[in-house]
Design a protein around this ligand. Sequence first.
Ligand code: URP
Ligand code: ZN
Ligand code: ZN
Length: 502
Amino acid sequence: MSTPVKKVPIHLQSAQNRLLIKNGKTVNENEIVEQDVYVEDGIIKQLGRNLLIPGGTRVIDARGKYVIPGGIDPHTHMQFEFMGTTSVDDFYQGTKAAVAGGTTMIIDFVVPKQGESILDSYYAWRQKADDKVCCDYGLHVALTSWNDKVKGEMKTLCEKHGVNSFKMFMAYDFYLKDDELYGAFQRCRELGALAQVHAENGLIIKKNVEKLKAFGVTGPEGHEMSRPECIEAEAVNRACVISKQVNAAICFDNISTGQSAEMIKKHQTPGATIYGTTLVSNLALVGDSQNMKTITSPPLRSNPDIPDQIWGYLASDVLQLTGSDHCTFTREQKEMGKGDFSKIPNGVNGVEDRMSVIWEKGVHSGIIDPCRYVAITSTNAAKLFNVYPRKGCIAVGSDADIVVWNPSKTRVISSKTHNIAIDFNIFEGMECHGVPEYVIVNGRVCVDEEQLRAVQGHGKFVETPCWAPFIYAPEKMDELTAPKNNGALNEIELTNKLAKIE
Ligand code: URP
Ligand code: ZN
Ligand code: ZN
């Protein structure tokens, strides 16, 4: 017997589906405009002043506030089995916290066990996430082994399952070697996908860990000692060189030092498609090497100059994206590495606080303006992962993933009030100007006057198609292939030539 459906009166339906955000300033990557935003059925339907709006529409007054695209966090690890344990924020708790902080889409990493089918692992991730997510999500897929089966399944993932990015780790037990990286980058290029890279020299780290242990270093300080800045910069250089041999587009996932950002800059020659993500933790914190709770990889650097250095590269577009690398372990889980720093589960929080901390350190402090803020927290991720302009902007026809941002209010980050599952917060005590007063996810008000009303299962899996125009636009491709009048081959042309020779 079917359950009788209770009819919702027409005027109440309208109130739920229609929303007018009045008197605010919309912010896109290129401009700030004083205009109202009208939303119906989850989509932005009109922009402007004096809009004609149906009766019964809910009105939010955004006077004195910014109306910005919901954040897109391109780097999370929810419910991730890693280093002998599982990160505690699952897709419900993690996306609920994301929404609380003004993020309306996450892109998580499928990380198959070595030898496991990447397709099976993708299905397993969908199963973990689909019914739980409070906001939309996409998936990157990591390649932890390299063989013909993986190559074949990459194609299936791209063509049938909405995946357009693959991740190569250069560190951890499952890092790919140079010839495997070469093959994986080449395959990404063939498929029109984006190769993402965790750049650290895994082999040297392993040697350093052995040496440090032999010297009797057991405490958390061993973590940063084993992973000096040059180890990251070397891997960045190597990945850039290899990717250029096959004309692959690559994006570094966790740039934590000025040295490696400078390396990216050096390789961003005309026609090269090299992008960089940095992490909110790197932008805001100086590492305390004695604190096992903040252990993550690459490490939070104890060099106090690093955050300013990275801000410089982010402001000048050498780096384009900001993620959280949200991968949370409780104090108790972190204690697994007591007496052996190499066993401390790697990962820290950030999905909830990314938007506020970046506003505080970037906009409030005067380094960037609200437009650049929108670019690095939302638009650039939407473009690279090819969901723009559906996401990443305030535009007619876009998903109504919107944040009403009050720059005059402040909040203090605390584990007593946060929405994630761990019993500490790496940003504890940080005062942030800029508060998401309303967070609208696909047209539904999920933070309402700062009250969290996230709904489990409200989010959907969002397909990320290959051949993102932002990366593979014809004019970019022309730059790669255009003949130069002096007949000499530049680095790109030569690389191009070599790439065609099998
Ligand atoms: O330490 C980190 N970042 N843990 C998650 C895995 C990774 O490297 O992205
Ligand atoms: Zn990583
Ligand atoms: Zn990560």
